[in-house]
Design a protein around this ligand. Structure first.
Ligand code: NAP
Length: 251
């Protein structure tokens, strides 16, 4: 049995991925930032599937918290074989001229540097470059990008969209960097998915009201995104790396 770490798994897409991993027999590390009760509930539901599971607090943008989280995984769970860089934040919908520098900093620290930090720690554990001191057996990293990376999100959050553009480029580069070391790196680009994230941007009503304008006339579900993530994590995707997979209902 191998472990999958899912960042931001207390709710939304991350929680759906964690539960699907548990149902398929993976041990899960359920990372969260603030909501311990929700993360513990996800870990308990995973335990009920008969797999090891731990809820682990760490703000992915804080290096010391990330390294402490990986140390706990090393000590308390089976070897790490999967990382889902899912933790992500938006900010209130606003045009660029109304953005603060602090807003940009937070978006990039969580969405981009958080993914870099977790991927760095995962590569150290998964890499088969044994001559360089690594002891891994390979693995799979899935980054949560967004359709916003190709649409740009004008008038809403061009900064968030740009942070996801960075994730796309990171995915392409890291995939090639570690391709010969047994590690695959891919990204999923969801469209508008029915989760709490839209409450935080003040866009919940707009997201719902725009559903009828989407090609499929509805929002996506967290489970529909999780299905794509699980495929990329699995051996069924053994020759897929550096892929940016749109799960956006045709958007
Ligand atoms: P969500 O419902 O808002 O959940 C976000 C999760 O991330 C929560 O578990 C939250 O934990 C965690 N989190 C936030 N900041 C964190 C930090 N600094 N460190 C660790 N965890 C942190 O979001 P979602 O809609 O499921 O989105 C998940 C991912 O998909 C994000 O990367 C998002 O950008 C991407 N995405 C979403 C959509 C969409 O329409 N929903 C579309 C495209 C892409 P706490 O609650 O404990 O703070």
């Amino acid at each position: 049995m191998k472990t999958v770490l899912i960042t931001g798994a207390s709710r939304g897409i991350g929680a759906a991925v964690a539960l699907m991993c548990a149902r398929r027999g993976h041990a899960v590390a359920v990372n969260y930032a603030f909501n311990a009760a929700a993360a513990n509930a996800v870990a308990d539901a995973a335990l009920a599937c008969g797999v090891p599971a731990l809820a682990l607090q760490a703000d992915v943008s804080k290096e010391a918290e990330v390294t402490a989280m990986f140390a706990r995984i090393d000590a308390e769970l089976p070897p790490l074989a999967g990382l889902v860089n899912n933790a992500g934040v938006v900010d209130v919908a606003a045009r660029l001229e109304d953005h603060s520098y602090a807003r940009w900093q937070r978006l990039f620290e969580v969405n981009v540097f958080g993914s870099f930090l977790c991927a760095r720690e995962a590569v150290k554990r998964m890499s088969t470059r044994h001559a360089h001191g690594f002891k891994g057996q390979g693995g799979s990293i899935v980054n949560l990008s967004s359709a916003a990376a190709r649409l740009g999100s004008p008038n809403i959050y061009v900064d968030y969209a740009a942070s996801k553009g960075a994730i796309d480029t990171f995915t392409l580069g890291l995939a090639r960097e570690v391709a010969a070391e047994g590690i695959r790196v891919n990204a999923v680009r969801p469209g508008v998915i029915d989760t709490d994230i839209h409450d935080l941007s003040g866009m919940a009503d707009l997201a719902l009201s725009q559903a009828s304008l989407l090609p499929m006339r509805r929002l996506g579900t967290a489970d529909e995104v999780a299905n794509a993530v699980l495929w990329l994590l699995s051996d069924e995707a053994s020759y897929t790396t550096g892929a940016l997979l749109d799960v956006a209902g045709g958007r």
